[in-house]
Design a protein. Sequence first.
Length: 131
Amino acid sequence: LVKSVTAIVRGTSGSANTISSGGFYNVMATDSDHFIRLPNSSLGTVVWLNCTKAPAFELRTTSYEAPNAGNTDLINNSGGTADNESVIAADTALVRCICVQPFQGDTTHKGRWICTKWDNDGVEAVVPDAD
């Protein structure tokens, strides 16, 4: 089953941009400042994002903005550079995010997502942190 998710601008209310569970999603975006949210961290959840119709967008965890702010879920937690926001470039065809650690109730036991991307030529790379 393929689902759709629409990237929206920060401050916009609603849940159209929040992925509800694991699965395969077609991403719709019109602006590189728009974003989508990963679901709450649950061990083993796998999210696939088909980005072929999205020029560029931001990928965030559910902990990016209030009331969940505080980096309780992180993307690519390696080398101390993990964050709760990443940039998906315009040349990205596919993104895969796997939850490898659920949030365990406090900031010392943060949720952790490992996200990789494939470009239009099929080259796999890590999803970069946002600057």
